[in-house]
Design a protein around this ligand. Structure first.
Ligand code: URA
Length: 237
């Protein structure tokens, strides 16, 4: 791909803007040598205003989603994309969330511009375990685990039963739920179906990938080991 297109696709500006950046000598190699639009260089050897180029297409990120931000692009309020560098909104291919977390759900949220990777993570067939911790309004009854694990639980207005899910009771009103699918408001609707109400919800892991020490609102790029971790368990129910 031509350098102007590559850099424009990373959100640095229109092709015209990027062509101007070349003419202004703002695009260099790591030694500060000015690059020209028709040079053949790999992206890791490009500097813009002395800064390394953003990661090329094939990007995957994780964020510790804070409460109050939505995963929508169009929402008028606070959106998760506001927490990324503004250029990341302008990338082509577009960077999108891997599934969604509700505005009132916090925790591990993935982003990628790689459609095949996105599909591999969210496809129920891939069996990637998504683990949630839920704080409940009422004490657990004791029979929820069996129902959630049954593979025959139906949610209102759905035509397919839920895949088996694993419930771990952490306290009278605290539970960890492992899902391998991602239906709309699934955790909240599952607990509502057993007469409870989720007061707080956070996603703690996707596969074997956890938040580690990533603070709320912070994000980092995923490396190939992180991607391997997503598909490496924990064992699905
Ligand atoms: N289930 C929910 O109810 N909400 C989320 O954000 C994720 C899973």
């Amino acid at each position: 791909m031509k350098l102007v297109k590559l850099i424009a696709n990373l959100g640095y500006g229109s092709r015209k803007d990027v062509a101007l950046m070349f003419r202004e000598g703002r695009i260099t190699d790591p030694d500060g040598e000015v690059l020209y639009a028709d040079d053949k260089v790999s992206p890791e050897h490009i500097r813009i205003d002395d800064e390394p180029l953003d990661p090329p297409a094939g990007l995957a990120l994780m964020m510790n989603k804070p409460l109050g931000a939505t995963c929508s692009r169009k929402d008028q309020g606070r959106v998760v994309y506001d927490l990324l560098p503004p250029r990341y909104r302008l990338r082509d291919p577009a960077l999108s969330t891997v599934g969604r977390l509700d505005r009132d759900t916090s925790g591990l949220l993935l982003f990628t511009d790689d459609g095949a990777l996105l599909h591999r993570i969210i496809s129920p067939r891939a069996n990637v375990a998504k683990v949630y911790e839920a704080t409940l309004a009422h004490d657990l009854r004791g029979d929820e685990g069996e129902l959630f694990a049954s593979g025959s639980m139906m949610l209102e207005s759905e035509t397919e039963p839920l895949a088996p899910a694993e419930l771990e009771v952490l306290g009278p009103r605290l539970a960890r739920l492992t899902l391998t699918e991602g239906r709309y408001h699934q955790v909240r609707r599952m607990f509502a179906a057993v007469g409870n109400h989720v007061e707080a919800l956070t996603r703690v892991s996707v596969g074997a990938l956890t938040l580690g020490d990533l603070a709320p609102g912070k994000w980092r790029a995923l490396d190939p080991d992180d991607i391997t971790r997503i598909f490496a368990g924990p064992a699905s129910p």
